[in-house]
Design a binder for this molecule. Structure first.
Ligand code: S3P
Length: 443
């Protein structure tokens, strides 16, 4: 795979429109596949991870077509899904595996869900226990990982209403249980340990279901059968992709950029709170609603940053943003601290170990903790430059983008190895940076 070379120093200027939100894209296509009728989804994220979901659904007979970023799905209802012939390959996408498991459990369809070696490393027992509480027969491989097996049941047999406490604050697990609950014979009450993203709840409400949220408790009231109308919606831009551009503009002197139509769901924007606390100038304009989600335009100006500490409920509100945060922290004055973030070890890479390792390669003083890390700002760096520094993204799309962004404000060129992995979530990332004025190129 190719390497991405970043030459520091050029300010970023201009406007960006983002690709559709990854989490909402996954949910939109899955709900459209469960619905009856033709759904139309604009600004769908076309990328590696959503391709995994689309192909898995095709394996169950769901028809869809892409016209640029417009996705059209011919839903026949979940009752029309056929059992997949072999294991469903979820590739690198845990969202595909976990959300599909919930939908298949609702339908009672037997299936094996598997994926890449990276996906096989990620924890799946957290999915099994809450689904089993609803009566789903499901098992993981030894070690609580994929492949996972759903045993299936007669389609007329419903799951049980239940009260379930989720073992981790995970929107993937919560969503899988909510989807399975659509076929329960009574209300399902979920208690979460933290405030995970609520896109599934919003979308199910938009499709006519009663979903009550009170603090960390969500209650879904199923109907007498699973019946979803088709979707017609445009998706907000992905805050988690915007995160890299926000940090890039904040740390590169002379930068001023605008990012249009960014999803600003409060369960997702913890990084914005953290960066503002560090002194980052991020202004929100024209707040409005798109596809049942709050959005706005962001204006970001280069800002000298100071260190901060992240812990507690803020962690889950910025769970995907720690690689981007690390790029900001290494440019901030003082030592930034992250705690209560052990979940980072269960992401596309062990994001605590991989961030600490790669920032150390860059000469940044970092230390690892079981549930986080500390990153010292530039005064404590020991860069042995000006020779280019070569870093490795550990097969993690967000690590690759964060290292590239860090390179924009580093005293030497940064080469990110195997950077093709960025296409998992943001295929236009490099081109977007280049259009804003960054010196980035694939070797
Ligand atoms: C996601 C939830 C989060 C997040 C992932 C997408 C979702 O994972 O890290 O990128 O779409 O529900 P967890 O549920 O494992 O925290």
């Amino acid at each position: 795979m190719s390497s991405l070379r970043v030459i520091p120093g050029s300010p970023l200027k201009g406007e960006v429109v983002l690709p559709g939100d990854k989490s909402i894209s996954h949910r939109a296509v899955l709900l459209a596949a469960m619905a009856e009728g033709q759904s139309s989804i604009d600004n769908f994220l076309v990328s590696g991870v959503t391709e995994a979901m689309l192909q898995a659904l095709a394996g169950m007979g769901v028809e869809w077509r892409l016209d640029g970023t417009r996705l059209v799905v011919n839903g026949q209802g979940i009752q029309a899904w056929r059992a997949p012939e072999g294991p469903l390959d979820c590739r690198n996408s845990a969202t595909t595996l976990r959300l599909l498991a919930g939908a298949l459990a609702a339908a009672g369809i037997p299936a094996v869900l598997d994926g890449s070696s990276g996906l096989r490393r990620r924890p799946m027992q957290r999915l099994v226990d809450p689904l089993a509480a609803l009566g789903v027969a499901i098992e993981t491989s030894a070690g609580g990982t994929a492949p996972i097996r759903l045993i299936g049941r007669p389609r007329s047999q419903r799951l049980h209403g239940a009260e379930v406490s989720l073992p981790v604050a995970s929107a993937q697990v919560k969503s899988a249980v909510l989807l399975a609950s659509l076929s329960a014979d009574g209300p399902v009450v979920l208690h979460e340990p933290g405030p995970s993203r609520d896109h599934t709840e919003r979308m199910l409400r938009g499709l006519g279901y009663r979903v009550d949220s009170a603090g960390l408790t969500v209650t879904l009231h199923p109907g007498s059968e699973i019946r979803l109308p088709p979707l017609s919606m445009s998706l907000p831009g992905d805050f988690s992709s915007a995160a890299f551009l926000i940090v890039a503009a904040l740390i590169t002197p002379g930068s001023a950029i605008t990012i249009r139509q960014v999803g600003l769901n409060d369960t997702r924007t913890g990084l914005m709170d953290a960066l503002r606390a560090m002194g980052g100038q991020i202004d929100v304009h024209d707040r409005r609603e798109v596809g049942g989600e709050p959005v706005g335009d962001l204006a970001i100006h280069y800002s000298p940053l100071k260190a901060t500490s992240i812990s507690g409920p803020l962690v889950v509100r910025m769970i995907d943003e720690f690689p981007a945060f690390a790029a900001a922290a290494m440019l901030a004055q003082g030592a930034s601290l992250v705690r209560d973030a052990g979940e980072l070890r269960a992401k596309e890479s062990d994001r605590i170990a991989s961030l600490v390792q790669e920032l150390s390669v860059m000469g940044v003083a970092t230390t690892e903790a079981p549930d986080g890390f500390t990153i010292a700002g530039p005064a404590a760096w020991q860069p042995s430059h000006p020779a280019p520094v070569v870093v490795d993204p550990h097969g993690d799309h967000r690590l690759a983008m964060a290292l590239a962004v860090a390179g924009l404000a580093f005293p030497a060129p940064v080469v990110v190895r195997d950077a093709g992995i960025i296409a998992e979530s943001y295929p236009d990332f490099t081109e977007t940076l280049r259009r804003l004025g960054a010196q980035v190129s694939f070797d």
